[in-house]
Design a protein around this ligand. Structure first.
Ligand code: NAD
Ligand code: TDX
Length: 359
């Protein structure tokens, strides 16, 4: 890695899951700010990934490899130091010096219906990458979630931090917790130069229409009523995806090896509040939605105390105005119907099956 402006700037990062929501936002964020860092996106292009999410990143800054993180040979092929392929411009990037690991099965409703792909990708996939990072001594940053800590009472003021106990309550959260444990074990046992970040709920462009905010926006755009699970009192701590990206970069380039950083922006809101904000911004009546059956074992409240990343790394969010971020997110979905229309019908059919199974 080069030293630049007092930070360690990687010359070539492997972004797993870089065709998904946060991974693509991160690749775009890095390409805009660090044009000398080469980005290889390694992504299986499951239902959640799109190659087009990376459109606009210059060809000489990006290599795209379709591959599965559970496939040890495919992972080895992109990381082996002599394996750097010539990218589109004919220029050969240096060997990968950091892995930023986003690839995961990420949706709770899917995990409740069938946990098998979550255990495979989130656990075996992370193990496979750690073994490769260990083999070639590559810096490893693992993207995780606040859900590993379980949930908090609705009426409390307590927040999770890096010392909170692991108490995952859902199959998805348990698979992410397992992956975090693997990362810590590979750091301590084998000396892998790893860090972990646990972030709260992200929103922004390129988020799959299965997730809460895009589902409700696209429901309204399709003339369907938004769907609120249970009583709508559950609280999530919302962060603009751009702020998550800048926090990941701070940890990757300046974080202490072996450490965990929680990432959040004091964005606690109930699902009902978020839904009302969407309805208001889209000129719909405040009661124009349906209550549907909640997830079994649904987590009530997440809240994070991001004091460590602020104090140690000087990270600050730049998009703390939720209503403004929500409006630009709505505008993005209004302006990009071709991006989500195909997924919408498939997703709503899947929801009809899943909620039918639950009720
Ligand atoms: P996403 O579902 O939008 O994208 C996941 C990407 O991983 C997709 O491009 C998919 O094709 C790829 N992928 C899945 N299985 C793969 C495999 N076996 N091999 C290679 N690629 C594979 O997810 P997201 O919302 O962008 O989440 C990214 C990461 O951030 C995940 O690790 C998730 O746990 C974590 N996270 C998400 C949030 C959130 O609010 N979305 C919050 C905190 C942490
Ligand atoms: O239609 C819906 N109606 C509804 O009320 C959907 C899809 C969700 N919800 C509720 C369930 C949750 O309380 O909204 C809240 C947010 O749901 P999701 O967007 O599915 O997010 P969540 O389950 O909180 O998990 C997200 O944040 C943590 C990401 O999907 C995870 O990958 C991340 O780790």
């Amino acid at each position: 890695m080069n030293r630049q402006n007092d930070t360690l700037v990687p010359r070539h990062i492997l972004v797993t899951g870089g065709a998904g929501f946060i991974g693509a936002n991160f690749a775009r964020w890095v390409a805009r700010r660090y044009p000398t860092t080469h980005i290889t996106v390694f992504d299986a292009l499951t239902y959640a990934g799109k190659r087009d999410n990376l459109a606009g990143i210059p060809d000489d800054a990006l290599t795209f490899v379709r591959g599965d993180i559970c496939d040890a040979d495919a992972v080895d092929a992109v990381l082996r130091p002599t394996a750097a392929d010539a990218c589109a411009s004919g220029h050969t990037p240096p060997a990968v010096d950091a892995i930023v690991h986003f690839a995961a099965e990420s949706h709770n409703d899917n995990a409740i219906a069938d946990a098998a792909p979550f255990l495979r990708t989130n656990v075996i996939g992370t193990y496979t990458l750690l073994e490769a990072a260990r083999r070639y001594d590559i810096r490893f940053h693992h993207i995780s979630t606040d859900e590993v800590y379980g949930d908090l009472p609705l009426d409390g003021v307590e927040r999770f931090n890096e010392d909170s106990a692991y108490r995952p309550s859902s199959p998805y959260a348990a698979s992410k917790a397992a992956s975090d444990h693997l990362v810590r074990a590979w750091h301590r046992t084998y000396g892998v130069r790893a860090t972990i970040s646990n972030c709260s709920n992200n929103y922004g462009p390129y988020q799959h229409v299965e997730k809460f905010i895009p589902r409700q926006i696209t429901n309204i755009l399709c003339g369907l009523r938004p769907k609120l699970y249970g009583d709508g009192h559950a609280i999530r701590d919302w962060i603009n995806v751009e702020d998550h990206c800048s926090a990941i970069w701070a940890v990757l380039t300046r974080g202490t090896i072996g450490r965990t950083y929680v990432i959040g922006t004091d964005g606690e809101m109930s699902n009902a509040q978020v839904l009302r904000a969407i309805l208001r911004a889209m000129d719909r009546p405040g009661d124009d939605f349906e209550h549907v059956t909640d997830r079994p074992g649904a987590d009530r409240r997440y809240a994070l105390d991001a004091a460590r990343i602020t104090a140690e790394l000087g990270w600050h969010p730049r998009h703390a105005d939720f209503e403004q971020g929500l409006e630009s997110t709505i505008r993005w979905y209004v302006d990009h119907p071709q991006w989500w229309r195909g997924d919408k019908a498939v997703t709503e059919r899947r929801y009809a099956r899943q909620t039918g199974e639950r009720s």
